[in-house]
Structures are given as structure tokens and as C-alpha cells.
Design a binder for this molecule. Structure first.
Ligand SMILES: NC(=O)c1ccc[n+]([C@@H]2O[C@H](COP(=O)([O-])OP(=O)(O)OC[C@H]3O[C@@H](n4cnc5c(N)ncnc54)[C@H](OP(=O)(O)O)[C@@H]3O)[C@@H](O)[C@H]2O)c1
Length: 319
């Protein structure tokens, strides 16, 4: 079968299309004919060697996909840790979900990582059942894959959303999805913007995936008892955290890693129950920014890692 292989550690240039052995499903796995893959920042990190838990190259890239379950022909979307960008994948059976009615294959491939991550960010923030009216959230990279999913969920929860991006165009497109306040961090400091926009009060939660100095800056955006949800380090820098910022306002920092949470069946079932309900009512729909053919995988990786993408980047595995 054809597969996108990370031939060695490095940038998008290390990706190669190779003929690989067909996968064999072991206990707890299901074989799926893959039609499309969803590209994640984690895929770029896996190629460059910065993602914990992935085997050494050569390995088949990709962690989420949409296709057809071989055993019964059901259209499914799924999540695994690698090997999704191939014509066939043996994926964990409990991490396959039916593609919602009327969704395209690309939409199915754009769902698992972004929507579960965004859902868990609200869960960790304590905002799935908010104690107060219109709680405030600051969402970094708001126009990205996880960001646009977080905006759709935040809208359903009645959250007042503030979001950062490098581009006015991306912010305008995200505002159309329900974001109330876009902050272009190339033009203004988001910490100051949050202070001004919230009358000096701050926000109840920050979804922080930048790392470096942004963990402290995000903590300074909190209001009393707020929470920073740390779930990435797109800057490539280790998070800096001055804990004095937390006890000043009774704040806290919570970690979120889907790789870890996805092993918790109860939590995933509860998440899917809620996401499927919203989806069946037509409230959630993945935002596809670009679709690349299999052969152009390196261009797709480049777009995402250079911060130029909007919404989700998709790879067509089969036509
Ligand atoms: N912990 C988890 O389980 C989990 C799960 C999913 C994703 N994540 C993390 O969430 C983040 C977003 O992931 P995603 O796949 O949805 O990607 P994405 O948001 O679609 O793309 C990344 C975006 O981040 C922004 N960005 C800011 N600084 C950047 C930098 N130094 N380099 C590249 N991009 C930068 C860019 O948007 P602007 O230019 O508009 O700022 C870029 O478009 C990543 O850090 C990823 O590792 C974590």
C-alpha cells in the first residue's frame, strides 16, 4: 500500500511516498481503508523529532483519518498515534466514531483531534457547565484547527471569546464563526488588549499552546480563580511559569494531552456523547482551510508549520 513515510527526522522534505507492508490488526484494533487524513501540528513535531512517544523513523506519518471500516463498510473517523497517512490503517477500535450524516470525508478527517481537544479544554476549564453567565476565554491560535473548534463549542456554551492570531484576515474569518474579540498579536500586545477589553478584570480561562513566555503572559490575563490550560508549545520553547502569578489570584494551570486522555475510555465516551449530540443538531462542523493531494504532503506540512493555514489542513489519501 502507499503511505507517507517520515524517512528521517527533519522538516517537510523528509516525507516520502513509499510502498509499505499492509497493516495487520492486533487485539483491540480495526482495519480501515483511509480516504483522507487530518494534519496536526503534532505531525510536524513528529517529523522533526519533537513529539514524545513516537518511534524512530522510518515510520508512517499521521494521527487522524476518515475512511471505511473494512469489516462492515461503515464510514468512520478515527484517531491513532501514527500510521494514519496510508491507504490502510490498523487503528484502536475504541477510537473510531461514525462520520456524522452529510459530512464529507475531509470533514470527518478534520474532527477527532480538534474537537476532542477543544472539548477537553472547556472541561478542564470547568466551563462545560459554567457557574456564571458568559464566562470569558482567551483562545490562542484561534483561527487554527483546535482554535476554530473551540470557537464553535464556546458559542454553544455561551462563552465570551477572545482570540489571538497573526492575521486580520484569519481573525475576520473566525469572527464569522462566532468569535467576539479578535486580537492581532502582530499589532498589539494581547495581555494589554485583554486588560483593556475586560475593564482590567481578565478572563476565566486561557487555552495556551504557545509555550515560552506565553504561559506567564497568559496567567497574567486571568481573573480571580481563572485557569490556564496548557496543551502545546508551538513556539518550540519550554513554558515559563512564575507560580506567584497563580497564588496572586487563586489561579491554576492545567495540562491537557489528548494522547494521554484518549486511553481513558470513560472520559472519551462522555466527550463523544456530548460532541455527537451537538453534531447531530448541526451545531458543529469542521472548518476546512485547505486540501492537498497525497503527493503534496510536504506542502501541507509546510503550510501548517509556517503558521499560514486557516482551520484544518487535509490530505487526500485516495481519490
Ligand atoms: N495537547 C494536545 O493534546 C493537543 C492536541 C491538539 C493540538 N495541540 C496543540 O495545539 C496547537 C494548535 O494545533 P493545530 O494542529 O490546531 O494547529 P493550528 O492551530 O491549525 O496551526 C498552528 C497555528 O498556531 C499559530 N502559531 C503561533 N505561533 C506559532 C509558531 N511559532 N509556529 C507555528 N504556528 C504558530 C499560527 O496561527 P496564527 O499565525 O494565526 O497565530 C498557526 O496557524 C499546537 O501547538 C498543537 O501542538 C495539542
Amino acid at each position: 500500500m502507499k503511505a507517507i513515510v517520515i524517512s528521517r527526522l527533519g522538516g517537510p522534505e523528509v516525507l516520502e511516498i513509499r510502498d509499505m507492508a499492509e497493516p495487520v490488526a492486533s487485539a483491540g484494533q480495526t482495519l480501515v481503508h483511509v480516504e483522507a487524513g487530518g494534519l496536526n501540528f503534532a505531525d510536524c513535531m513528529t517529523a522533526s523529532g519533537g513529539y514524545p512517544g513516537t518511534p524512530k523513523p522510518p515510520l508512517i506519518a499521521g494521527r487522524e483519518f476518515c475512511g471505511v471500516r473494512e469489516s462492515d463498510g461503515q464510514r468512520v473517523m478515527g484517531y491513532t498515534q501514527w500510521a494514519a497517512f496510508a491507504e490502510r490503517v490498523a487503528a484502536p477500535s475504541q477510537l473510531l466514531w461514525p462520520v456524522p450524516l452529510g459530512w464529507s470525508t475531509e470533514e470527518g478527517a478534520a474532527f477527532p483531534v480538534n474537537y476532542f481537544t477543544a472539548y477537553f479544554a472547556y472541561w478542564k476549564s470547568g466551563l462545560l457547565t459554567p457557574a456564571k453567565k458568559a464566562p470569558r476565554v482567551l483562545i490562542h491560535a484561534v483561527a487554527g484547527g483546535v482554535g476554530t473548534a473551540a470557537v464553535q463549542i464556546g458559542k454553544l456554551l455561551g462563552v465570551e471569546m477572545y482570540g489571538t492570531s497573526s492575521s486580520d484576515d484569519k481573525l475576520a474569518r473566525t469572527t464569522a464563526l462566532g468569535l467576539q474579540q479578535g486580537i492581532n498579536y502582530k499589532k498589539s500586545d494581547y495581555e494589554e488588549a485583554i486588560r483593556d477589553l475586560t475593564n482590567g478584570e481578565g478572563v476565566d480561562a486561557v487555552f495556551e499552546m504557545l509555550g515560552g513566555e506565553h504561559t506567564n503572559k497568559s496567567a497574567r490575563c486571568l481573573r480571580d480563580f481563572g485557569r490556564v490550560i496548557v496543551y502545546g508549545s508551538a513556539t518550540g520553547e519550554k513554558s515559563l511559569l512564575d507560580t506567584r502569578l497563580l497564588y496572586a489570584k487563586g489561579g491554576s494551570v492545567h495540562g491537557l494531552w489528548l494522547t494521554y486522555l484518549s486511553a481513558n475510555r470513560e472520559l472519551m465516551s462522555e466527550g463523544w456523547r456530548q460532541l455527537a449530540l451537538w453534531t447531530s443538531r448541526g451545531h458543529l462542523r469542521p472548518v476546512i482551510g485547505s486540501v492537498f493531494p497525497f503527493e503534496k504532503a510536504a506542502d501541507a506540512y509546510r503550510l501548517l508549520s509556517e503558521g499560514k493555514s486557516f482551520g484544518k489542513v487535509i490530505l487526500r489519501i485516495r481519490e
